[in-house]
Write a protein that binds this ligand. Structure first.
Ligand SMILES: NC(=O)c1ccc[n+]([C@@H]2O[C@H](COP(=O)([O-])OP(=O)(O)OC[C@H]3O[C@@H](n4cnc5c(N)ncnc54)[C@H](O)[C@@H]3O)[C@@H](O)[C@H]2O)c1
Length: 443
């Protein structure tokens, strides 16, 4: 590509963008309107910026333009108000980038079957951005990824325009920390870490987020910002792995792991509780650490904690299956032919997300051993297991099931009533703490 001469002097690009950001006239673009992108777009639109969301999914674009939210943590009336006042709009057409001043990239970063990073979404988003890229833009990658991505993958694609980073355009990485379903921490009040390719990039990134979010923390580079997210999620994954391993040990020794954790949590320093469960789920904790282990393998270091925790966490659906099998055996019933009801299938409490949910593995295992499986979940109308759709039944199915397995501890469920109705319950979440019954088998 030929090298266009910058239309303005270097200082002018920075000053112009600073001015647009502080007057909230900068035209903000969000690429990828999912669990991360939509709340972020709504925050910037609520702060007064004109926001355009770009997504490949026509259905999402149509819903936003009709004033509807499809993300649980974003209220439809908020979207409707912002769309009505013209501050929020969505499109599938990337050519709007010609008109935009800033872009946040919030596309998926899954793993390939081989557990290697799948960068195809980031690459394809950047290819589209590069087509309409122009001087004076601020681009911020938010998708979780391995250290080096912003510099090694995104930067060359944008520099192919002939523009120079830190002078003609500005590039940062800022990890997204949103915690779906958390009523106390949402996009606005979760501190935002940002690191730029140059100091000018970091400063503009800070100025930008500072308009809409409460607390912005600068770091010295995009690599540090990328690694921050991976430390946070790896810390969580490994500690959950430890809690799961402790739960399996405690089970073998006849010790109540929940009582152990409760008592250990009374230590006022040096201990932070993590809880066992049916296995990891969601788009982050089971996936992101493998981005780090892939990258560290390239650097000649095996990420042994990550691999071990991944193995232990991956055993949990099998452990739950064995709990169900032994609980049925104690009542002289085989798994084969038994009716098992899963109470909750979302990967965590009070959300509708089943991505990577251990419930899917548990359904698969139970069916493979000949069980008839049903489920109920107030947030999930159907799931797909082994390529087939399984629609939810109501909670009343609990009374017909030979065994009910609490996989997700949604707070809307009346657990006393469940215990009354059920014949046998395997509780993988300690949802039945404080309820005594010989029908209950705890993890
Ligand atoms: N969901 C979370 O709780 C969470 C938390 C922190 C970080 N993250 C990270 O944020 C990123 C996004 O996650 P998410 O949960 O919002 O994903 P999501 O699947 O909910 O949303 C991604 C959106 O991007 C769109 N998309 C895909 N390719 C595109 C392209 N080339 N151009 C435009 N749009 C495209 C999809 O249609 C989808 O609407 C991931 O890297 C994830 O790891 C997610």
């Amino acid at each position: 590509m030929s090298c266009p001469a910058p239309a303005f002097s270097p200082t002018t690009h920075i000053e112009k963008l600073e001015d647009k950001i502080t007057t909230r006239t900068a035209r903000v673009g969000i690429v990828g309107l999912g669990y991360v992108g939509l709340p972020l777009g709504v925050e910037f639109a609520s702060a007064g910026f004109p926001v355009t969301g770009i997504d490949l999914a026509e259905s999402k674009v149509a819903r936003i333009n009709a004033g509807n939210s499809y993300v649980q943590d974003v209220a439809t009336p908020d979207v409707a108000k912002l769309v009505k006042t013209g501050r929020l709009q969505a499109t599938t057409d990337f050519s709007v980038i010609r008109e935009l001043d800033t872009i946040n990239i919030c596309v998926p970063t899954p793993l390939r079957k081989t557990k290697d990073p799948d960068m195809s979404y980031i690459v394809s988003a950047c290819q589209e951005i590069a087509k309409y890229f122009h001087p004076g833009m601020l681009v911020i990658l938010e998708s979780t990824t391995y250290p080096g991505t912003t510099e090694e993958v995104v930067l060359p694609m944008l520099e192919a325009s002939g523009l120079q980073v830190g002078r003609d355009f500005f590039l940062c990485f800022s990890p997204e920390r949103v915690d779906p379903g958390n009523p106390n921490f949402q996009t606005r009040n979760i501190p935002k870490v940002v690191g730029g390719i140059t100091a000018e990039c970091t400063n503009l990134g800070m100025l930008f987020y500072g308009q809409a979010l409460e607390n912005v923390i600068p770091v010295s580079s995009t690599r540090v910002a990328e690694m921050v997210k991976l430390l946070e999620n790896t810390f969580r994954m490994i500690n959950i792995g430890l809690a799961n391993e402790m739960a399996m040990m405690a089970d073998r020794m006849g010790i109540d792991i929940w009582e152990v954790i409760r008592a250990a949590s009374t230590k006022p320093f040096g201990f932070m509780p993590f809880y066992p469960g049916p296995g990891l789920g969601g788009h982050c904790i089971p996936i992101d650490p493998f981005y780090l282990s892939w990258k560290s393998r390239q650097a000649g270091i095996e990420a042994r904690f990550i691999e071990l925790a991944g193995y232990i966490n991956g055993q949990m659906p099998h452990f739950v299956f064995e709990k169900v099998r032994s609980a049925l055996n104690d009542r002289s019933k085989p798994v084969k032919g038994s009716h098992i009801h899963l109470l909750g299938v979302a990967y965590k409490r009070d959300i509708d997300d089943v991505r990577e949910s251990p419930a899917l593995d548990i359904v698969h295992l139970l069916r493979r051993h000949g069980a008839k499986v049903t489920y109920s979940d107030p947030y999930v109308p159907s799931i797909v297991v082994d390529g087939a759709v399984l629609p939810a039944t109501g909670e009343q199915t609990v009374s017909a099931a030979d065994c009910t397995v609490i996989v997700t501890d949604h707070s809307t469920v009346d657990y006393e009533a469940i215990v009354q109705a059920a014949r046998l319950i395997v509780d993988t979440r300690n949802a039945l703490r404080g309820i005594a019954s010989d029908k209950i088998v705890r993890l």
